[in-house]
Write a protein that binds this ligand. Structure first.
Ligand code: AQP
Length: 336
């Protein structure tokens, strides 16, 4: 079976961009791929996380994985900090990554803009992500568009490692959805929707109530004019709202344009509110059921056990390639 790997940071309550761009799509792989879905808490701490809140966010992310339809019998879900190989391989890969290539990463440039006091972990974030993926010999990595550059860097690092130290890592491929790969902020359609955005009006969380969803959509920015037409260049805000409507209803843009021909933004927003509420209702219901069941901790424990088994074999392979860990390698043990 081919392998899929992906992850989500427990850096806040997940939003509809995370859901449509990533988690909902994770379920599409679970029947045909051996899936490893990680809660990347070591990535989350590259910016400050309140130690009281982080465990709740880790649990919540796991609950949203389950509520979105991931079946723990089919997929391995675990928290990154429960599997030490991630941090260890990350260091080894840092030693073959360059300052220049990490400086070019868009996410780093955006998050570090205007300050010199970012953590060095924020800078090396993509190398840890490369370790995450390579440790599971992943064939595919389903992600939103913002992570495409990081998966490309992972490929570059793996190819460099293989050519320097011999064939060790499988080269993974990013799988980006055609639509929903980049849901934008409701307050600024030039920015992506982000859970760490300080303005909660900019995103719709998976936990938002009907009233919160309605209020956020009503206050979402629009463009000049009043027609509902899909034109990302001329009408970026409406194009973003149409994308969300399309993701919730499954309708294509021409059908949406037909539905709202002759109507204005107020009618469209009313329909969009209903569509989001309708799309999130089953997820919210299942979230509550799984939370009530108390199953999540044993699912994460079992997931971590399996992830430790698989990743430790790949780590050993990488150490042997690099000439490390003499005790694990019978041919080198003879040296002593
Ligand atoms: N706006 C988005 N549209 C579509 N997909 C998105 N993803 C994130 N934002 C959008 C995808 O969700 C998955 C998990 O993302 P992450 O938690 O690992 O980190 P991120 O990409 O940095 O997402 P956020 O929400 O912006 O988090 P913060 O604010 O903490 O940095 C990934 O597959 C991502 O592509």
């Amino acid at each position: 079976m081919k392998r899929a790997f992906s992850g989500v940071q427990p850096s806040g309550v997940l939003h509809i961009g995370n859901y449509f761009g990533a988690i909902r799509r994770f379920t599409e792989f679970q029947d045909e791929y051996d899936c490893y879905y990680c809660i990347v808490d070591l990535h989350a701490i590259t910016v400050y996380q309140d130690p009281e809140e982080l465990p709740k966010a880790i649990r919540d992310t796991a609950l949203y994985y389950l509520a979105s339809g991931l079946d723990p019998e089919k997929v391995t879900m675990f928290a990154q900090s429960d599997v030490p190989c991630h941090a260890e391989l990350s260091w080894m890969l840092e030693c073959i990554s360059t300052f220049g290539e990490l400086s070019r990463m868009t996410q780093f440039k955006e998050k570090a803009r205007g300050t010199e006091s970012f953590s060095s972990g924020l800078f090396t974030y993509p190398v840890l992500m490369a370790a995450d993926i390579l440790l599971y010999d992943a064939d595919v990595v389903p992600v939103g568009e913002d992570q495409k550059q990081h998966v490309e860097l992972c490929r570059d690092i793996a190819e460099r490692f293989n050519s320097r130290y011999g064939e060790t890592f499988k080269i993974p491929e990013a799988i980006i959805p055609e639509y929903g790969a980049r849901v934008k902020s409701l307050q600024d359609p030039n920015k992506k929707m982000s859970k760490s955005d300080p303005n909660p009006l900019s995103y719709i969380s998976l936990s938002d109530s009907k009233d919160e969803i309605a209020a956020k959509v009503r206050r979402a920015v629009t463009d000049s004019g009043r027609e509902i037409v899909y034109s990302p260049e001329d009408k970026p805000a409406i194009a973003n709202l149409m994308t969300i409507y399309s993701l919730c209803t499954g309708l294509g843009f021409p059908e949406i344009e037909d539905e709202f021909a002759g109507k204005g933004y107020a009618d469209f927003k009313k329909a969009l509110i209903d569509a989001i509420i309708y799309a999130l209702e089953p997820v919210q219901q299942k979230y509550a059921e799984y939370a009530e069941s108390g199953m999540v901790s044993s699912i994460l424990r079992q997931g971590a056990e399996k992830a430790n088994q698989v990743s430790s074999q790949v780590l050993r392979r990488a150490k042997q390639s690099m000439g490390l860990s003499l005790l694990a390698d019978p041919t080198r043990r003879k040296l002593f």
